[in-house]
Design a protein around this ligand. Structure first.
Ligand code: AVI
Length: 353
């Protein structure tokens, strides 16, 4: 029987009752003041920017689903193909060292992961699936669905920010006697970090791992520039709406007065570095007021707000990343067009003296 307890790792001590409503208010206002602070730093900078992690409110989640379903956004299909065609091979490789827990950082709707779970089940692997996601709603939906379809699955979903979780005791503690761990970080989510941050993040993951643990990571590769440009500028306009939705969020949560018709979605791809960057460009000279900051922000005509990086990797870059973060590459898997790769990385063993 499949039983799921949704653990809130960030605030598991908070039980909602009338006596701690004000504490809840504090938490909520703390979160929105962090958002306000980040918007202030971003729009107050000489080169304006906003942080892409704020894309994912309810509407942003919905738009991201629409992006993933669009014909131009090849990443999801490629990774799906890898799991569909090579899932059993991957399952064998990650389960070779015995029972383990499978921690998925940012599980989302688990569309691709289901293939891997089935492959693991088909070879009789012993594991517990621990999806970790910031969206309680997505996590609950995923858990209910998996529980209903796969009664054999042992599952321990965790609600929280995986970045915070990596530093928290639930995932940390490489000295502990707990089960072996396979950490999954799919969908080229790493590409949303700049190079230095990506390395730091990988090192943080590495610090939670023991000798026989593994990281299964999905990375988007460099390819024809036209294919990449189309993926971040789909004809249906979902990526445009996804970017503009962050201005709507600022209007709603921080009392901004952004007029969305005065900004244009302007993605760029640089084949020399592999950086696909999204910008919103101001179509005219304008001033935007944000009430929560009690501040005006001035935009020149043509001025850009940097929204997001989606790094596309060369083979040399993926190698440098794994090496730089202290991993050795155990296996690499590719889709039939060589657009995307899923790789198994293990912590590098220190040579014996
Ligand atoms: C979540 N992340 C890997 C997506 C990407 O491709 O960078 C986010 C995204 N932004 C625009 N389209 C998709």
């Amino acid at each position: 029987m499949c039983v799921v307890y949704l653990i809130n790792a960030v605030s598991s001590h908070v039980v909602i009752s009338s006596s701690n409503i004000s504490h809840m208010d504090d938490i909520v206002s703390q979160a929105s003041s962090e958002f306000a602070q980040d918007v202030l730093s971003g729009l107050g900078a000489k080169d304006k920017f906003l942080l892409s992690r704020y894309f994912y409110d309810a509407e942003g989640d919905h738009l991201f689903q629409a992006i993933m379903a669009s014909p131009e956004y090849y990443l999801t299909d490629c990774e799906f193909e890898i799991f569909e065609q090579q899932g059993v091979e991957i399952a064998r490789a990650i389960s070779a060292d015995g029972p383990f827990e499978l921690d998925e950082l940012g599980s989302g709707d688990g569309h691709k992961t289901r293939l891997l779970l089935d492959a693991l089940h088909s070879i009789g692997a012993e594991f517990t699936y621990r999806p970790i996601d910031i969206s309680a709603n997505s996590l609950q939906l995923l858990s209910n669905r998996l529980c209903a379809d796969r009664p054999w699955l042992k599952m321990d979903p965790i609600h929280g920010d995986y970045m915070q979780m990596l530093s928290s005791s639930r995932l940390k503690d490489p000295e502990s006697e707990g089960p072996r761990k396979v950490i999954m970080f799919l969908g080229s989510n790493l590409g949303n970090y700049r190079e230095v941050q990506a390395l730091d993040f990988l090192k943080l993951i590495g610090a939670t791992m023991r000798k026989n643990d593994a990281l299964l990571i999905g990375l988007d590769l460099q390819k024809d520039a036209g294919v990449i440009r189309a993926a971040y500028n789909d004809a249906g306009g979902h990526t445009r709406d996804f970017n503009l939705n962050l201005l709507t969020r600022i209007n709603r949560e921080l009392g901004g007065d952004f007029d969305l018709t005065r900004f244009e979605h302007a993605p760029e791809y640089d084949p020399a570095t592999g950086a696909a960057c999204s910008f919103l460009t101001s179509k005219q000279t304008q001033t935007v007021y944000i009430a929560a900051l009690n501040k005006d922000f001035h935009f020149a005509a043509g001025e850009k707000i940097f929204m997001e990086i989606s790094q596309k990797y060369s083979r040399g870059q993926t190698e440098a990343l794994s090496k730089g973060a202290g991993f050795q590459v155990k296996q690499e898997y590719f889709d039939s067009r060589n657009y995307f790769t899923d790789q198994i990385w293990m912590p590098k063993q220190e040579p014996h003296p």
